[in-house]
Design a protein. Structure first.
Length: 267
């Protein structure tokens, strides 16, 4: 029976993602993915981040290779949905056009976080990759101060370590808005996801076309990829970075409205 299943499964039709979580990195996308995966009508892929639309090598393998990573359409179980969450899609210059080409009807979800806190959290993640069996090659041995100083100075740093550029949200969203109607977007403030996940989940379900569902406390307590900090962010450096991000914050406000200052310095 198992052998027969292995023969048949590759021939069965696959669910296609009805929505994508496109970013931002270190803004709770892993937690949101796991929460949504517990919805009874959702069948999530085995891997959260498929990196198909932002990775040139994976994209070159063709769209069929992407479809194969999603679950098969189940037998006699009613309507089911699937999705994926690759935070790099928001930052990647190619992803918007590629997603529009292959999934023009998809709903898109973006979680935005205070860009200073997001940058420090991202640096802390890459610093923590030292000796990691899978991500060790992405280890960043620099101090956070050195990392942002080099990026501001325009030094050639690897794509993954562009901690500040990933917080230039307005330009990233505009790439998508040029291709997709805005009503296809659900944009979430990370602070809201952290403080009231049940309310955020209800909003996301309504926006992506999933039926309402009551998530129990265990589902709402998901904290994924949370890492301890060696030390708190230096206050003087943080102030300098808030000044650096001021024009980018204003650009986001101009694009989305005054509620999107994303300034958590009061916390």
């Amino acid at each position: 029976m198992i052998a027969l299943k292995r023969l048949i499964d590759p021939l069965r039709p696959r669910l296609k993602p009805s929505f994508l979580i496109i970013g931002a990195q270190k803004a709770g996308t892993s937690a949101l993915f796991k929460m949504l995966a517990r919805h009874p009508q959702v069948i999530a892929p085995e891997v959260k981040e498929l990196h198909f639309f932002d990775d040139d090598d994976r994209y070159a393998k063709g769209i069929t290779s992407y479809w194969r990573q999603f679950p098969t359409v189940p037998f006699r179980e009613g309507e089911r949905f699937t999705f994926e969450a690759t935070p790099a899609y928001l930052f990647s210059g190619n992803s918007a056009e590629r997603i529009h080409r292959h999934l023009p009807a998809a709903r898109l979800v973006a979680v935005l976080r205070d860009p200073v806190k997001r940058a420090y959290s991202a640096w802390n993640m890459f610093r923590d990759f030292k000796g990691h069996p899978v991500h060790g090659h992405l280890h960043d041995a620099r101090s956070f101060a050195q990392a942002v100083e080099e990026e501001i100075a325009g030094k050639d740093v690897r794509w993954e370590h562009r901690y500040l550029a990933r917080g230039h949200y307005a330009g990233q969203l505009q790439r998508y808005f040029a291709l997709f109607d805005r009503d296809r977007f659900t944009i979430i403030d990370y602070a809201d996801l952290k403080n009231d996940p049940a309310k955020v989940l209800a909003h996301v379900l309504a926006r992506v076309g999933l039926p309402p569902h009551h998530f129990d406390d265990a589902a709402l307590r998901v904290k994924d990829n949370v890492r301890a900090y060696v030390e708190p962010l230096d206050g003087t450096l943080a102030a300098e970075l808030y000044t650096y991000f001021a024009p980018h914050r204003q650009a986001l406000i101009d694009l989305l409205g005054s509620a999107w200052a994303l300034d958590e310095r009061k916390d």
